[in-house]
Design a protein around this ligand. Structure first.
Ligand code: SF4
Length: 322
């Protein structure tokens, strides 16, 4: 699984060449399942970088009998019908598009020089993706001052048929720096969306567990920036301190010590966790949290009530997904 981060024109060509070398030489080691492009959205980026990448990857994977699908995290503003037709032919399956709240708030936060109503453009593009049978995850990042009016937000999607709605899911998350109390707003927003007949998920619908780790915890995942710098976690800044490796000219990755620390960091090394009843669904968080939690603090402060609440939320979420 590869993440390409903010790819740009010429700078990317060498990285791409190296990356494809990895695909050919190490395809048994790196199962190429998903390519996710975290990109600045610009037409030049699409035509100069994303299109050639997808064309090359399709040629290589077809020749080597490798299944592939790709996804894109984007602001959704420049998606158009031609683009969707091309992506459809090149194994693209899903989009993650963020809305910064209701129209008024979104347009206040995300306006472009020539367009002060980016909300309507993005919502129309989301609907166009859905009508073309791409899965769209609409990400809503919640902080204590995000006042989402769910009814108003969904007004634009209400005309979608049941089948079309099956391609749409609202993914609601607390901004990670925000206090735990914000989870109440997250849950409330999720419930309201579901009551109106739409799919909605939160962290608890698909938690990081021993069985289901974050993509960044998997050994066959890499995040590649335009200069061939390798990262793992995509929820932290792509700074010098967070570099986990370097893509060499021969396509091999030279790993930094932090990569091996991440691979080895295990919840089973802590006595308190080994004996914990919710270990399988807690897992001490993702590898990033474990690396940052050097003094082995319990995510729930060893508080039985908090642990139980967490377990109940997951079970409740699973039951509702049945
Ligand atoms: S709840 Fe605390 S003690 Fe239990 S597995 Fe998670 S971090 Fe470890």
């Amino acid at each position: 699984m590869f993440h390409f981060v903010a790819l740009k024109g010429n700078e990317m060509k060498q990285t791409l060449k190296q990356q494809l070398t990895i695909t050919r030489e190490q395809r048994n080691k790196y199962y190429l399942k998903q390519i996710q492009k975290l990109s600045e959205e610009r037409e030049v980026l699409y035509s100069d970088v994303i299109k050639p990448i997808l064309k090359n990857i399709k040629a290589i994977t077809s020749a080597n009998n490798i299944d592939i699908n790709s996804g894109m995290t984007t602001n959704g503003y420049l998606i158009n019908s031609d683009m969707l037709a091309f992506l459809k032919k090149h194994n693209h399956r899903n989009f993650q598009i963020t809305l910064d709240g209701n129209k008024e708030r979104h347009n206040r936060v995300r306006y472009s020089k020539n367009d002060h109503n980016t909300f309507d453009v993005i919502v129309n593009n989301i609907k166009n993706c859905i009508k073309n049978q791409f899965y769209v995850s609409v990400r809503l990042n919640i902080s204590s001052n995000t006042n989402i009016d769910v009814e108003e937000l969904l007004r634009d999607f209400i005309s979608l048929s049941e089948i079309e709605r099956s391609f749409l899911c609202f993914s609601i998350h607390k901004v990670w720096q925000e206090p735990d109390e914000v989870e109440v707003i997250v849950d409330d927003t999720k419930e309201k969306i579901r009551l109106m007949g739409f799919n909605a998920v939160t962290y608890h619908s698909n938690p990081t567990t021993i069985k289901n780790t974050c993509y960044a915890d998997k050994t066959n995942h890499v995040t590649i920036n335009p200069k061939g710098l390798i990262y793992k976690c995509t929820a932290r800044d792509f700074t010098k301190e967070n570099i986990e490796g370097y893509l060499l000219r021969n396509g091999v990755i030279k790993w930094e010590p932090i990569y091996y620390i991440r691979k080895d960091v295990s919840i089973l090394m802590r006595d308190s966790c080994r004996e914990c009843q919710i270990l399988p669904i807690c897992n001490g968080g993702c590898s990033q949290k474990k690396i940052e939690n050097r003094d082995n603090k319990c995510l729930y402060n060893f508080d039985a009530k908090s642990k139980l609440e967490f377990a109940k939320k997951i079970i409740y979420s699973k039951i509702l997904q049945q």
